[in-house]
Ligand binder design. Structure first.
Ligand code: 3HC
Length: 308
């Protein structure tokens, strides 16, 4: 194989520059990008379900409008990411089939239920907050279309995080019952949110190579730590406690020590045995089936236009 393209690829990665769709790239680089970008896109689309369930029951027109805007943003994030993935030679139809067949993943966090309205605020504050920690470094990922999609997505994630935090702050200034609702929601979401960052680095089969290729700029544990350090003062300001008895400031490290997530639970949720996995895929399958007529009409229209 002509060493030239590999050398050019290595030089681009070494100077932390961008690989573009028309550049030569190792098959394994392409493959792991399709894996990660598809998972990211699927997460955005499946992620519309947990909080979307509250659109019809939002307590005010203002809260409904904000939630509607956020859920629509997530759909847009999914479309940007499917478009970025298509530059690697796969189609979003293929990726949707792989998701529905259980052969591609989406983020574990969306397999948890949202029984309380406070969950809408907690998802904005903690889930989108974690997503920001994970996605800001991805703005500098080595694959061009992925990094550029991240820049727009991160701007919108900041709105998502702020609206969630403001919703919770409003409830914390409300009645005792509202404060209890917020605390109960935070108790349920805290540990699953820490698992969003992936397994510990020592159990992460993809990290070493993804970091060598500049796909991943920080390790799972680094970003998890950054998220905890960022979130503790926000929890203090909100007046909620985080459900981790081992959470404490470590002056020496200049970071917080915190407990170990339940990696058995994480593995079970990723395997498909989480509280809502079956429901989320059933819902996605039904939406896909309901939308078949639109895809058929668009295809027929394009064929007729092409024939003309
Ligand atoms: N949920 C489901 N699967 C997960 C996971 C999670 N939270 N974390 C890791 N995994 C999977 C990985 O996909 C991998 O399996 P695979 O090889 O079959 O794909 C396995 O567990 C081992 O994990 P690794 O750390 O080796 O895998 P990665 O190097 O891919 O790192 C990641 C995992 C940090 C999630 C990385 O894939 C990533 O940064 N992805 C893009 C960002 C993303 O998906 N963010 C979360 C969802 S988006 C979101 O929150 C939307 C917001 O608007 C609310």
């Amino acid at each position: 194989e002509d060493p030239e393209p590999q050398a050019a690829f290595d030089a681009t990665i070494a100077r932390r520059d961008r690989i573009e769709p028309r550049d030569w790239m190792p098959d394994a680089y392409r493959k792991t990008l399709v894996r990660q970008i598809a998972q990211h896109a699927h997460s955005e689309i499946i992620g519309m379900q947990p909080e979307g369930a509250w659109i019809g029951s939002a307590p005010s027109l203002r809260r409904k409008a904000i939630l509607l805007a956020k859920v629509q943003d997530e759909a847009g994030h999914g479309l940007y990411l499917y478009a970025a993935c298509e530059t690697l030679g796969v189609s979003r139809a293929e990726l949707t089939d792989l998701l529905l067949a259980g052969r591609q993943k989406y983020s574990s966090i969306f397999n948890y239920p949202t029984p309380s309205y406070a969950d809408v605020g907690t998802i904005g504050w903690l889930v989108d907050g974690a997503a920001i920690c994970n996605q800001v470094p991805l703005c500098r990922t080595s694959y061009g279309p992925y990094g550029r999609a991240m820049i727009r997505i991160c701007k919108e994630e900041s709105f998502h995080q702020r609206q969630g935090y403001e919703l919770l702050m409003t409830m914390m200034r409300g009645t005792e019952a509202q404060r209890a609702m917020v605390q109960e929601s935070v108790n349920r979401f805290w540990w699953p949110v820490l698992m969003m960052f992936g397994p510990p680095d020592v159990q992460s089969p993809n990290s070493a190579r993804s970091m060598a290729w500049g796909i991943k700029r920080n390790s799972n544990d680094e970003l998890r730590q950054k998220f905890v350090d960022m979130t503790v003062p926000q929890a203090d300001a909100l007046g909620v406690t985080l459900p981790d008895p081992d959470l404490r400031w470590n002056e020496e490290r200049g970071q917080h020590d915190f407990g170990e997530p339940d990696w058995e639970e994480f593995a079970a949720v990723v395997r498909g045995d989480g509280p809502c996995n079956a429901q989320r895929l059933r819902h996605r399958q039904a939406a896909h089936d309901d939308g078949a007529w639109v895809r058929e009409a668009a295809t027929a229209f394009a064929a007729r236009a092409g024939a003309r």
